[in-house]
Design a protein around this ligand. Structure first.
Ligand code: SF4
Ligand code: SF4
Ligand code: SF4
Length: 461
């Protein structure tokens, strides 16, 4: 007898494509007794057009509402479908507002356009960097490296303003402070009254740079510090930790009057540096940081995979995290820790917060995971991640790409987690879908089914 979740998993295929389902059983080497035990409730096999389920996307901040929840509607003779007025008012959608309709096999997605707001953009203004950290994906990718054209950057900021974007981040894989037009880029964002955050390795955050950041009222600076100990820091990042801490302290002292930027410290937790976290909390607190963001490592080689702290059957970091949390409370610093094991819940911060990532050459990608092409190791398996772009801003507007039906549909799928989970799937060692992010066994393309960001194992500012 199969459990409920497995039955749902199967029923989804049956509804979607029985032939595809059959193919799955041919290649997946499921033992015969599993097939004999499959029981799919009859109701799953019926699709009654009169009782079609309508999903109503409820903006960026809430889960979608199932229209059929007490609101069954029939398609009338002229082909129109009326959405009940009380449902529209519940969702705060004016009756005349434009909606985007996407037809799925088993539902219609009706999405009020004004509710699908783009709130924040991570701009990779450069993918060049002055460091070569041991855990950096830039060591293994074959992607071209470059700077964003400044005219393109201005166009993006202008269009972001028109769309009501609240936050722009100069981030991605590269060091934003080495961008040729850095100060002009900052000015462009702040003139448009958009909040600006920067993630940096801190090496170039000298006195002049601190003056610039304060002058333009930059809102947040996130500095990566992987150990409070000089020798270990040098081993990971190949540069001096004390200089970076000095830069942070100086920035903090000079920003006392303006109270901006807020300073965050970010650490990629590995076996070699996790024990340093409590001392890092002390150091960051004394240096003026308000928040310490801990992320796990996404390894790109088998050697680096030895450094991961998750999926070990127990949380080997738990005592250290507890100690770090106590010190964070004492230092009045916020400590944001990741999960170290898989939880049932999945949630994608990029989609939930209405964010996108724009790479230096103008491609609009949904998240950090899909912004470049690179190999990585997940659960001891090698996986090839292919870049996912829904359009390029050199020849399209930000609005057109954000509302590109394929991108809307992708966001809807991710928001509702209408995809399987490879990371804890019992077939992951036999399955070839899992070797890449191109497709999964439910037919989603690209597939988020193996994503560690959605599991809060990896997290970004
Ligand atoms: S500073 Fe960031 S982008 Fe540069 S090498 Fe290190 S991890 Fe990579
Ligand atoms: S590993 Fe992933 S794609 Fe393959 S069967 Fe399992 S959930 Fe589906
Ligand atoms: S679930 Fe993961 S892969 Fe999918 S959009 Fe979110 S972060 Fe990217």
């Amino acid at each position: 007898m199969l459990d409920y979740s497995y039955r749902l998993f199967l029923s989804n295929w049956v509804l979607n494509d029985p032939i595809f389902n059959l193919k799955y059983f041919l290649w997946s080497k499921i033992p015969l007794h599993h097939k004999q035990n499959i029981q799919i409730p009859v109701s799953y096999l019926r699709i009654n057009i009169d009782l079609m389920v309508i999903y109503m996307s409820n903006g960026n901040n809430h889960r979608s509402t199932v229209f059929s929840n007490g609101h069954v509607s029939r398609v009338s003779g002229d082909g129109t479908l009326k959405i009940p007025r009380e449902l529209l008012s519940q969702l705060n959608v004016p009756e005349s507002s434009p909606v985007m309709v996407e037809a799925f096999r088993e539902c219609l997605l009706v999405c009020p356009i004004e509710k699908m707001k783009l709130n924040s953009i991570y701009l990779e203004i450069t993918s060049k960097c002055n460091l070569n950290c041991i855990m950096c994906v830039r060591r293994v990718w074959k992607d071209e490296i470059g700077n964003m054209d400044f005219k393109l950057l201005k166009k993006i900021i202008r269009e972001a303003k028109e769309l009501g974007v609240e936050w722009v981040w100069f981030a991605g894989y590269g060091e934003p402070l080495i961008y040729d037009h850095f100060e002009e880029a900052v000015e462009e964002v702040k003139q448009n009254k958009i909040k600006l955050g920067i993630t940096t390795n801190g090496t170039l955050l000298d006195e002049d740079m601190a003056k610039t950041l304060i002058k333009y009222g930059i809102d947040r600076v996130v500095v990566s510090i992987d150990s409070p100990f000089e020798e270990k820091f040098k081993k990971i990042r190949g540069t001096e930790m004390s200089k970076i801490i000095g830069n942070i302290r100086h920035l903090y002292e000079k920003s006392q009057k303006s109270k901006k930027p807020e300073i965050w410290v970010e650490i990629v937790a590995m076996r070699d540096n996790i024990e340093d976290l409590p001392v890092l909390v002390d150091l960051a607190g004394k240096s003026g940081a308000t928040t310490i963001l801990v992320s796990n490592l996404l390894p790109y080689t088998y050697e680096l995979a030895q450094q991961t702290l998750y999926f070990n059957g127990h949380n080997i970091a738990s005592d250290i995290i507890l100690e770090a949390s106590k010190r964070a409370i004492a230092s009045k610093v916020r400590l944001l820790t990741p999960y170290f094991e898989l939880k049932t819940q999945r949630s994608c911060n990029f989609i939930e917060k209405g964010s996108c990532v724009v790479t230096w050459n103008g491609d609009v990608c949904p998240c950090y995971n899909f912004m470049h092409t690179y190999p990585c190791i997940i659960n001891g398996r090698k996986k090839m991640i292919h870049k996912v772009s829904f359009g390029n801003l050199n020849d399209q507007s930000l609005k057109n790409v954000w509302f590109n039906p394929k991108y809307v549909r992708f966001r809807f799928t991710v928001k509702n987690f209408s995809f399987p989970s490879c990371t804890d799937c019992e077939f992951q060692e036999f399955c070839w879908f899992v070797e890449e992010n191109l497709m999964d066994c439910w037919g989603n393309s690209p597939s988020c089914a193996d994503c560690l960001w959605a599991r809060k194992i990896i997290q970004c500012p």
